[in-house]
Write a protein that binds this ligand. Structure first.
Ligand code: APR
Ligand code: PHB
Length: 391
């Protein structure tokens, strides 16, 4: 089998890249190791920057997002038992974010790809990439007990943090930067109305971080910071709801609608970047190249900006026979990635309790929060990063 761009991974990055390339008339095949149902079963974040919404509209999958998504004009910060609104829209020159689950984004992209009859190989086993340092890279994989080879001009590694593409790059050709945070997030999904349907609430209390979000007007998403060695089994629904309320201001806590969890999981937090993002005919995009702590809701949005840059580069290569875009992809993407890494690290550092902070460090965190909610300058920094820096 042969194509122009072989994409490894059918998550948001791979699917959006495939849609952008198809729209530009560039043939592409996606090779995914899991089943479609498995991919859709992943519970992930749900805040879209305007740039991401625009890209989904561009490839014609924005209809449900506009119907079912919720536009947010502000966020709220809770600390020392008080809640403070940050007018994200006003401070960012009118930009907003949209609450719409990543699972739904993936679903919409998958449906559109299937309707177009584009080739996606699910449940591909033993995926390997070859000869990407030459001009005829290829992917081999096993599917239905048969071994297949896919010849391509380029390989897009959209296979996430644990994928095969970055792992296939020689160690001396890649530099990895990583910070692992000393806590995790315990997340709960529940079919109860969100306590704050028009503003994500970020809390920093003596007991730790908390977050109030949503997936729809009838489905809430909540998180509390937990110890790295915590187990989901230690967290009954009752314990979770009590803990969440204890970390919010009394008025908000009094309005939390509780109910049985339909999903409960613990995720570690990490900042990670691999440089560069291009190795001959192999290009990394999305979580394959970088990870952010979810605090700033940047993961999906960075995957979207990566594939926007990468699709532009391929379009330039095939359309104008120019190498400039593919030669400049890594540097261009990393400029935006590092700014998002900084914001995600900063907001995580500001809103969480760290075991080694100490009394002085806690005073610094308290002072920065007080300064933030009283300073238009610092609130503007928060707002313009939260809505997404320009592409
Ligand atoms: N072969 C084929 N597919 C693979 C392989 C492999 N060896 N390894 C992983 N994959 C697939 C995974 O099964 C997954 O479906 O690649 C896909 C990668 O998708 P994501 O992990 O969702 O990464 P990405 O598409 O970059 O999206 C980033 O998703 O993980 C969240 O928080 C992250 O919001 C961010 C967004
Ligand atoms: C979510 O809805 O899962 C979510 C929202 C905002 C964040 C992180 C996660 O900053």
């Amino acid at each position: 089998m042969k194509t122009q761009v072989a994409i490894v991974g059918a998550g948001p990055a791979g699917l959006l890249l495939g849609a952008l390339l198809h729209q530009a008339g560039i043939a592409n095949v996606i090779i995914e190791r899991q089943s479609a149902a498995y991919v859709l079963g992943r519970i992930r974040a749900g805040i879209l920057e305007q740039g991401t919404v625009d890209l989904l509209d561009q490839v014609g999958v924005g209809q449900r997002l506009h119907r079912e998504g919720t536009v947010h004009h502000s966020i709220e910060l809770v600390f020392k038992g008080q809640r403070h609104a940050v007018d994200v829209q006003g401070l960012s020159g009118g930009k907003v974010v949209t609450a719409y689950g990543q699972t739904e984004v993936t679903h919409d992209l998958m449906d559109a790809r299937a309707q177009l009859g584009l080739s996606t190989v699910y449940e591909a086993a033993d995926v390997q990439i070859h000869d990407f340092d030459g001009t005829r890279p290829r992917i081999t994989y096993t599917h239905n007990a048969q071994t297949h080879a896919l010849q391509a001009d380029f390989i897009a590694g959209c296979d996430g943090f644990h994928g095969i593409c970055r792992a296939s790059v020689p160690e001396d050709a890649i530099t990895e930067y990583e910070k692992v945070y000393p806590f995790g997030w315990l997340g709960v999904l529940a079919d109860v109305p969100p306590v704050s349907p028009h503003a994500i609430v970020y809390g920093n209390s003596e007991r730790g971080f908390s977050l109030c979000s949503m997936r729809s007007p009838t489905r809430s998403r909540y998180y509390v910071q937990c110890a790295l060695n915590d187990q989901v089994a230690q967290w009954s629904d009752a314990r979770f709801w009590t803990e969440l309320k204890s970390r919010l201001d009394p008025e908000l806590a009094s309005r939390i609608v509780t109910g049985p969890s339909i999903e409960k999981s613990i995720a570690p937090l990490r900042s990670f970047v691999a440089e560069p993002m291009r190795f001959g005919r192999l290009f990394l995009a999305g979580d394959a190249a970088h990870i952010v702590p979810p605090t700033g809701a940047k993961g999906l949005n960075l995957a979207a900006s990566d594939v926007k840059y990468l699709s532009d580069a391929f379009i330039e290569f095939y359309g104008e026979k120019s190498q400039a875009g593919i030669d400049g992809y890594s540097e261009r993407a990393l400029k935006r990635i590092w700014k998002a890494e900084r914001f995600s690290w900063w907001l995580t550092s500001l809103m969480h309790r760290f075991p080694d902070t100490g009394a002085f460090g806690q005073k610094m965190q308290d002072a920065e929060l007080e300064y933030l909610v009283g300073s238009q300058a610092l609130s503007t920094v928060l707002a313009e990063n939260y809505v997404g820096l320009p592409l």
